[in-house]
Design a protein around this ligand. Structure first.
Ligand code: HPA
Ligand code: ZN
Length: 326
């Protein structure tokens, strides 16, 4: 009870959230109606019940299909606004949001459509809720590095809206080493760097993200536990891991929440944070992820406080603003 109250009331930051993964079935349905798009579902409930996954790829297929209903600026505004309202309800005071430009540009929707939609929602949330919002441009790793270079170049008019670049989509077979040039270029441009690694992929991919891409944070990274020298490095350097418990359960990275290693990673001294990843698809927002840990992993108040502090420490906020929340 007291823990649940704390989970809700503590000011929190969220650092691993794909905006396309916050598209709720109801909004997907409404936008399909609006644009006369035929969905392969009979109703909203049928969309919801299709969300049973065997692995990452299985989820990604539905996730990219779902994103196809996003067509005009108002759609991207509605998507972003809905998530920022969820943040406000959960006392998330700072969020760093990933978006996948190639998911949209590949189907003929360009930056000039989605960026103004995002910008409008972010301005409104800043004004009405006083929250801070950063954007992370994420490259799709199943596409070529050339495509990622184009995505970075095409974002040029919007660089001032973007804090970091990231790497997501199908991990196995698409190692970080495939993207060394585009990450070097992004670093040169002054962006912070993150990459998904060690979700389904091996610890070697985490090493590559650190040593070849020079990332500031690892998204997921839960498989790092298989490599003791990597664990020592992550601890010593205090490299943040943005862990997503419900995502790991839904995508069968773990079989049971009670077997999740997040508390062990925390106890080993790593800078781990809790995040929701794709809340609409994985059965819950940030609060629900903390509740799952409280239920299945006997989360202590101290561990909760540490995880919440870590969310600010691991953020890209300037030092003075981090201190304000710590
Ligand atoms: N992993 C990889 N790619 C993704 C994810 C994820 O958890 N969510 C959205 N794109
Ligand atoms: Zn993710």
């Amino acid at each position: 009870k007291r823990l649940k109250h704390l989970i809700h009331t503590l000011p929190k930051a969220e650092l691993h959230l794909h905006i396309e993964g916050s598209l709720e079935p109801q909004l997907m349905w409404d936008l399909a109606q609006k644009h006369n798009i035929a969905l392969p579902f009979a109703n909203v409930e049928a969309i919801q019940s299709a969300y049973q996954f065997e692995n990452l790829q299985n989820f990604l297929d539905l996730y990219y299909q779902g994103a196809d209903v996003l067509r005009d600026e108002d759609d991207f505004f509605a998507l972003m606004w809905a998530y920022l309202c969820k943040c406000y309800e959960q006392n998330i005071v700072h969020t760093e949001i990933m978006f996948d430009p190639q998911t949209h540009t590949q189907r003929g929707i360009d930056y000039a459509v989605f960026m103004p939609g995002f910008a409008r929602a972010i301005q409104k949330a800043k004004a009405e809720f006083g929250m801070s919002v950063y954007l992370i441009l994420s490259f799709l790793r199943h596409l070529s590095e050339l495509s990622a270079l184009e995505a970075l170049a095409d974002a040029r008019p919007y660089y001032s809206m973007i804090t970091a670049v990231g790497l997501d989509s199908s991990e196995l077979g698409n190692p970080p080493s495939k993207f060394t040039h585009v990450f070097a270029q992004a670093k040169e441009l002054g962006f912070k760097l993150v990459a998904h690694a060690g979700e389904e992929g091996p610890p070697e991919y985490v090493w590559e993200a650190l040593e070849l891409l020079r990332v500031d944070r690892i998204d997921h990274g839960v498989r790092s536990i298989e490599d003791s020298s990597l664990m020592a490095y992550l601890k010593e350097q205090q490299i943040p891991l943005t862990v997503c418990p419900l995502s790991n359960l839904k995508l069968r990275v773990v079989n049971e929440m009670s077997q999740h290693n997040i508390i062990q990673l925390l106890d080993d001294g790593l800078l781990v944070t809790v995040n929701s990843d794709d809340p609409s698809y994985f059965g819950g927002y940030l609060d629900d992820n903390f509740h799952a840990l409280a239920h299945h992993l006997s989360l202590s108040e101290q561990a909760l406080a540490q995880l919440v502090c870590n969310s600010f420490t691991a953020s890209f906020l300037p030092e003075s603003q981090k201190q304000h929340w710590l």
